[in-house]
Design a protein around this ligand. Structure first.
Ligand SMILES: Cc1cc2nc3c(=O)[nH]c(=O)nc-3n(C[C@H](O)[C@H](O)[C@H](O)COP(=O)(O)OP(=O)(O)OC[C@H]3O[C@@H](n4cnc5c(N)ncnc54)[C@H](O)[C@@H]3O)c2cc1C
Length: 419
């Protein structure tokens, strides 16, 4: 318990905001979650659900500039850019490419490791608190390859994981078949990472954590934060579309929508949306044994409560453009190449589609730290492809900052003014 406890607004009720809110509350603070949408309905709703401490490989790498044109030429490829958005996203893309040099990657992966490695350790107390054990599995993930060449093209990432002590098991063709007999016979190699976990319903997990926060005396207000009111360098209130909310402190955890709020608190951050899609097959013929990544086509197939979810692809088109459901169709068309029993013609009733915004900075690291304008505004956004995994420990870190304790990890790589 911290004395005196503070009233803290958590702006954004996604996985990141929910974990922060609960860790703040565990410290004795009075927490108010602000979100114009239902908690857990943003990016945290539609992701692949994996808790992957092994995902410490930054997204941009030395091959980025070489690979991107090929991806863009392939209409079924894992990356697309809306041409009308190209000019706007170019500065971000240049930064992204420049972030992928070996020396920077070394530092980025160390920073990612510092927030990912304790993911499940930090998640489980929250799951215990809200009793959502049925939503969490700790039975590993599988990554599969069709050729030695495709394994080789991924070797940089696996070498980095080895350097950082990630443990995995190599599976040959027969071992892959024994592990999951429903996979296509084309799979030649697999890597099983036993230390990872997943949730069978990411949106429900967020809602359970928020429900528990509210049940324990916190609040959720269905409002949009628009600005801050300061007196000198002291925060007075968060301004919302339904009036001011008086607080001692605020945490900006609005995912891909955090840029304008950061600007209002004095920081200019190159936050971009990497839009992703999923298809949920409602009554699948077969289910993967664990979340399984098709490394050749860059999508993940996750066994979930409501069916089998096929998630992936990156589309750069900004926050406002309408979804291009062809990107989801690509996933549906690809699934039979991995699980032949799922490769049939589906009727519209057999599946649902979704699009959401990964909040991404060009160096693959989130922003965590205090705002330029006031120490009372703390940032926690930009968790890109690993926000489900990084959220629980982000909660631990932000609670430490709010209480004036030293951060349990070095926050230098995450500073808001690093760009
Ligand atoms: C296809 C796909 C697959 C993925 N798979 C994985 C995976 O397997 N594992 C993993 O770790 N990560 C994965 N991710 C990434 C992960 O989903 C995100 O990093 C994570 O959900 C981000 O959480 P968040 O709380 O920051 O954002 P969100 O979940 O988007 O929450 C932000 C919230 O802020 C609210 N908000 C916005 N503006 C305001 C405002 N002005 N005032 C108040 N509230 C506001 C929104 O309504 C929303 O509820 C995936 C992402 C995608 C798209």
């Amino acid at each position: 318990m911290v004395h005196p406890s503070k009233t803290v607004a958590v702006i954004g009720g996604g996985m990141v905001g929910a974990c922060i809110a609960r860790y703040l509350q565990r410290d004795g603070h009075n927490v108010i979650i602000l979100d114009p949408n239902e908690p857990g309905d943003g990016a945290s709703f539609g992701n692949a659900g994996c808790f992957n401490p092994s995902s410490l490989v930054p997204i941009a790498g030395p091959d980025t500039f070489k690979q991107v044109p090929g991806y863009l030429m392939d209409p079924l490829g894992p990356l697309s850019i809306r041409w009308s958005y190209l000019l706007q996203v170019t500065p971000w893309l240049v930064r992204y490419g420049l972030a992928g040099v070996p020396e920077k990657i070394k530092h980025q992966s160390l920073a990612l490791k510092s927030i990912l490695s304790r993911s499940l350790e930090a998640l489980m107390p929250l799951v215990d608190d809200c009793g959502a054990h049925d939503l969490v599995r700790r039975d590993g993930i599988l990554i599969v390859y069709r050729s030695g060449q495709s394994v080789a093209s991924d070797s940089r990432g696996w070498n980095l994981r080895r350097e950082h002590g990630i443990h995995w098991e190599e599976l040959d063709r027969d071992a892959v078949r024994d592990f999951d007999p429903n996979l296509t016979r084309d799979i030649q190699f697999g890597k099983f990472v036993p230390g990872n976990g997943h949730t069978v319903n990411p949106g429900a997990l967020v809602k359970e954590i928020v429900r528990h926060v509210v049940q324990s005396g916190g609040q959720y207000r269905k409002v949009r934060a628009t600005d801050f009111l300061f007196n000198g360098d002291k925060l007075q209130a968060v301004l919302t579309d339904h009036g001011p909310v008086t607080v001692d402190m605020a945490v900006v955890a609005a995912g891909a929508h955090s840029k304008a709020l950061a600007r209002a608190a004095g920081n200019s951050v190159p936050l971009e949306s990497e839009r992703g899609y999923h298809v949920m097959i409602k009554t699948p013929e077969v289910r993967p044994r664990v979340p399984t990544t098709d490394s050749d086509h860059k999508f993940v197939v996750t066994p979930m409560q409501e069916g089998v979810r096929v998630a992936g692809t990156v589309e750069l088109a900004g926050l406002d453009a309408k979804p291009n459901w062809k990107r989801a169709e690509i996933l549906l068309n690809r699934i039979g190449g991995l699980y032949p029993a799922l490769g049939k013609t589906y009727r519209p009733d057999d599946f649902t589609v979704w699009m959401g915004h990964r909040p991404s900075l060009p160096d693959s690291l989130p922003v965590m730290g205090r705002s330029k304008r006031s120490a009372d505004v703390i940032y926690a956004f930009g968790h890109q492809h690993v926000g489900m995994t990084a959220a629980p420990y982000t909660g631990v870190i932000i609670a430490a900052l709010a209480a004036g304790r030293p951060s349990p990890v070095d926050l230098t790589p995450f500073q808001p003014d690093r760009f």
